[in-house]
Design a protein around this ligand. Sequence first.
Ligand SMILES: Nc1nc2c(ncn2[C@@H]2O[C@H](COP(=O)(O)OP(=O)(O)OP(=O)(O)O)[C@@H](O)[C@H]2O)c(=O)[nH]1
Ligand SMILES: [Mg+2]
Length: 381
Amino acid sequence: MFDRPSGGSAAVLVSLDFGYTGYEDSLQELHHLVTSAGMMVRSVVEGRRAKPDAALFVGSGKAEELKASLVVSDAQVAVFNHDLSPAQQRNLEKLLECRVVDRTGLILDIFAQRAKSHEGKLQVELAQLEHLSTRLIRGWTHLERQKGGIGVRGGPGETQLELDRRLLRQRVKLLKEKLQKLKAQRGQQRRSRQRSGVMSVSLVGYTNAGKSTLFNRLTQAGAYVADQLFATLDTTSRKMFIPNCGSVVVSDTVGFIRHLPHALVEAFGATLEEAVQADVLLHVVDIASPAREEQVLEVNRVLAEIGAEYVPQILVLNKIDSTDIAPSIERDEYGKICKVWVSAQQGSGMELIRQALVERYPHQHIHLATQAASNLDMVLE
Ligand SMILES: Nc1nc2c(ncn2[C@@H]2O[C@H](COP(=O)(O)OP(=O)(O)OP(=O)(O)O)[C@@H](O)[C@H]2O)c(=O)[nH]1
Ligand SMILES: [Mg+2]
């Protein structure tokens, strides 16, 4: 609704090294994010600073270098590998005379492009509005165009700013109500699934780890797979049957990324709840990525944020075909499989994942019983 589509634009990336670890990885990830948004990377402006400049984020010399780079490479967008304050973004746009996108804005842009389902679209719009509301300051007029369309007129003496704020609040409230209804429906479906005693497994992991590829392997579904960040936005669930054991419902979910914008985590609450409510999480890791350890930590951090830190996890170390590791398993101190090395793309190690799930199956009933006892709603139903 608010984003100007980035697809097709040429971009100059801006990245400052503040001396934190993982700088190179984050810059590489920015590249991938920008191409995933459908833009072309024309050049990269880098620098080092102790801390960001209050007015422009980069120093004034660097800002001039950036301006020249935008002109030389005929780029229309400057994409920052950082989050900018509303004032910094405004100052930069004025100085550079081009669109300035920060990291959160870029991720929101990709989500807006990818959203397919009704729920996904509502979630993205809510996240965009929440992000925007922090930027709603005097002189900001993005909502102006919509004002007439919605047909709301400000009362006497109401400033443009107050009107904008009011429109925004109304829309946010409406979106939250709609999402709440969808969440209730989702909960209903989940409860009937739980009552039927079917084990539920959610695939979680860093974006591009191979969750959808694994989902397709396990369930013979045709989920969208691509070398893009955030290829999957909507949760898809499919049944999978394990011989001599029973049915398992597997859900493919949205991927995580470092510094996942908070507005997104909040807006995607209903979708992410699929992970919170699962009996087991298959945490998919791209073993070929040099940043894999940090990615695992980041995924666990988001899982804790949404209340899924106590759901049992099996670590699926994927993409072994790009290493010299063979399909294999590791067991925890209780003798249960806790790590599985596989290649979802080649289909190797799939039987090891099924074996790991079979081991967890009996616990499902214990889990259900405890959950039912502690959840009055379920007992009363
Ligand atoms: N070499 C190799 N590549 C793989 C493997 N599994 C997945 N990929 C590739 O990794 C990329 C991402 O795969 P997806 O299945 O879309 O990853 P995802 O985790 O669902 O990603 P998002 O939905 O974007 O979060 C694709 O290019 C896949 O072909 C694997 O076992 N080996
Ligand atoms: Mg996916």
